[in-house]
Design a protein around this ligand. Structure first.
Ligand code: HEC
Length: 232
């Protein structure tokens, strides 16, 4: 699974990298450097806005979105009544595998002060390397055009505010198609015979198997299953 993820992300990085380096050459403004890793220290203790798995209308297939990783978003503080995040806000997005381990780069938004990135409401965009021990790319809307071009969709009414997508996400299922291929999902349990939690009343018979399928084989995360999971 890791390999699968890697391939997708490399494509993403190549695109992001080329955009960023071009822009850096042409003297775009750069934010405070070096300390972004320090600034996000302890981010897992911040408010968790979301834990989501599965496709998203705003995420292209190429960004590792369809590979079963949980996308977890943390924020150091929330927006004001107008949906604008105060200066100093930091938002971190991580990916977790089925065992709950963080995998791949972190993507980060930091609300800078003064005149940093006015076109992007003061946000600095940043991304770590794959092992999350250095900052690979960071900068304003111009330097990080890939991030900004996609996140601008969050500014449309209903999608989010201040370049940040709406959280928590809602997962809606429009038709049976979401379930029809369940027999191709992960079989997580197959039981036979009596069960201490099932009385006689639920059709439990010695002759019937009870099979549980999950669209993504994930453990409960922070006491909850991620949004987007289906269990049949
Ligand atoms: C193709 C669209 C797309 C691109 C490109 C993209 N993002 Fe995102 N990003 C999203 C979506 C959609 C979410 C909402 C959470 C989710 O479902 O993954 C998100 C979430 C985030 C979050 C959590 C806050 C929020 O808006 O929900 C951060 C931080 C973030 N992205 C940073 C970045 C950075 C930094 C880059 C560039 C290196 C980047 N993103 C590139 C679509 C994108």
């Amino acid at each position: 699974m890791k390999r699968f993820f890697g391939a997708f992300f490399v494509i993403g990085l190549i695109v992001a990298g080329s955009v960023a380096f071009q822009a850096c050459d042409s003297s775009s403004s750069t934010a405070p450097t070096g300390s972004i890793l320090d600034e996000i220290t302890g981010y897992q203790g911040w408010t968790m806005l979301d834990a989501v798995v599965g496709p998203d209308p705003f995420l292209a297939a190429a960004h590792g979105v369809n590979n079963g990783f949980v996308r977890v978003v943390y924020a150091s503080q929330g927006p004001d009544a107008n949906g604008t995040y105060p200066e100093g806000t930091i938002i971190v997005k991580e990916l977790r595998d089925a065992d709950g381990n963080v995998v791949g780069p972190l993507t980060i938004m930091l609300k800078r002060g003064s005149d940093f990135n006015p076109a992007g409401n003061g946000w600095e965009w940043a991304m770590t390397n794959d092992t999350r021990d250095s900052i690979e790319l960071h900068g304003d809307n111009q330097a990080m055009a890939l991030c900004a071009n996609c996140h601008t969709q969050a500014n449309a009414a209903g999608n989010g505010s201040d370049w940040v997508f709406k959280h928590p996400k809602e997962y809606t299922v429009d038709d049976m198609a979401a379930f029809l291929d369940f027999a191709n999902w992960e079989k997580v349990a197959e039981n036979f015979g009596p069960d201490p939690f099932l009385g006689q009343a639920h059709g439990v018979k010695d002759s019937l198997h009870r099979i549980v399928w999950m669209n993504y084989r994930l453990k409960a995360f922070d006491g909850k299953y991620p949004t987007g999971m289906i269990i049949v």
